[in-house]
Design a protein around this ligand. Structure first.
Ligand code: SF4
Ligand code: SF4
Length: 383
């Protein structure tokens, strides 16, 4: 079986350039599947109220172009939505800072939260890691969905792309359960479980300016210059991983977990790339997350994940004592306001599972991802 991925170059976020690139990538991927329903949901990545320049969220021009493309092709009403961290309750601020409200200003387009109709418990005999998951009712009820992720690194899953973006349809408790799974393979299986509930019909990825380093919240924006499109999430993620300079994307546990279940290609030969050659894709010197662990010989990697430590560490100068880190921690390892610590949060190391959700959700960057000496040495040796 062959999976087509459409690729279009795009150097910046100038509206006409993005509109052209999205239309080209979609066309090269064979077009979006027919939609006679009169409505569509666009699942963007709106992780937090971050300005588009930070590359944390799907750029509003890409979301706008995707919505416009759906309108142009099918005349369908489009609703743009996501389920950001539960701590971000000011939706007006979210849509303003991410500039998604500008995308939603198009005729026939609206935006909102995926949580607006609550969540429903879903179970499946095909689940490998979870007994059940609570998924957004709006997402479950949408008969036509286009996934619009941002290409980013991720300290836990290495890549945040099509598969990972759908993880965001689950409620906070489900996500916490997954992050507390204490093994990268199990987390990968949990994300694949959630993805399998209801794969979107199509994917358009914003890889114009991606995030490298310690994503998904505090990595570094990096121009990569592509829009990717396709009907298969794993195939699009495979191409995205190639942009990130992965020689073998199957080294990424999440992609391997999806391939094991037959969710898409297990080899490059199964992908039909239209619009670029494979050799043109890699962003030279792209900074991956957790690269130092992958640099270890395969037989040492299990031990390496334990020895090569990346753990949360507080920078008190940046901390505003908001307590968000304590609320998102899946294992209750953060005590929010201990007098002994001057009101700063303190991490109980023996409880911490190093999921780095506190780092991801900290609004000021005060909870850093600290690498121990061995981690830094391995990282340096790879430069
Ligand atoms: S570390 Fe960040 S999330 Fe935690 S209290 Fe300080 S500012 Fe808030
Ligand atoms: S303290 Fe931070 S890294 Fe440790 S388990 Fe809690 S959220 Fe995860």
């Amino acid at each position: 079986m062959s999976f087509t991925v459409g690729v279009a170059r795009c150097a910046d976020y100038v509206r006409e350039n993005v509109s052209r690139a999205v239309a080209e990538a979609v066309e090269r991927a064979g077009g979006m599947p027919e939609n006679a329903l009169g409505e569509a949901l666009v699942k963007a990545n709106l992780l937090s109220p971050a300005e588009p320049e930070r590359a944390v969220t799907t750029h509003p021009e890409v979301v706008r172009a995707v919505a416009a493309e759906i309108r142009r092709r099918f005349g369908a009403r489009v609703h743009i939505a996501d389920n950001p961290g539960f701590i971000f309750t000011d939706t007006a601020d979210l849509f303003k800072k991410t500039k998604i409200e500008e995308a939603a200003a198009l005729d026939g387009v609206s935006c909102g939260l995926l949580a607006d109709r609550g969540f429903r418990e879903v179970g499946s005999g095909a689940f490998k890691a979870l007994a059940s998951a609570r998924i957004s009712a709006r997402y479950l009820d949408a008969a036509y969905c286009v996934n619009a992720p941002k290409l980013k690194t991720h300290l836990e899953t290495e890549i945040s792309g099509c598969l990972k973006n759908i993880f965001g349809t689950a409620d906070t408790e489900t996500r916490k359960k997954c992050h507390n799974s204490r093994s990268r393979k199990r987390l990968a299986d949990a994300i694949a479980d959630i993805y399998s509930v209801k794969p979107p019909q199509f994917h358009v990825m914003d890889a114009i300016e991606s995030m490298e380093g310690d994503g998904p919240s505090y990595g570094i924006p990096r121009k990569t210059g592509f829009v990717l499109a396709g009907a298969n999430a794993l195939a699009v993620d495979w191409v995205a991983a190639t942009i990130m300079e992965y020689g073998n994307p199957m080294d990424i546990p999440l992609l391997a977990a999806a391939a094991c279940r037959g969710m898409g290609p297990a080899s490059r030969g199964e992908i039909s790339l239209v619009g670029a050659e494979w050799e043109e894709l890699p962003a030279r010197g792209f900074k991956k997350s957790s690269g130092y662990v992958r640099a270890l010989p395969v037989f040492l990697r299990g031990i390496g994940y334990k020895l090569v430590s990346v753990a949360p560490r507080l920078d008190p100068d940046k901390c505003v004592k908001c307590g968000i880190c304590a609320r998102v921690c899946p294992v209750g390892a953060i005590l929010p306001e201990r007098d002994a610590n001057g009101g700063f949060p303190s991490v109980e190391r023996h409880k911490c599972v190093r999921c780095l959700c506190c780092h991801e959700m900290c609004p000021t960057g005060a909870m850093t991802a600290h690498k121990n000496l061995l981690a830094r040495l391995i990282e340096k040796s790879r430069m």
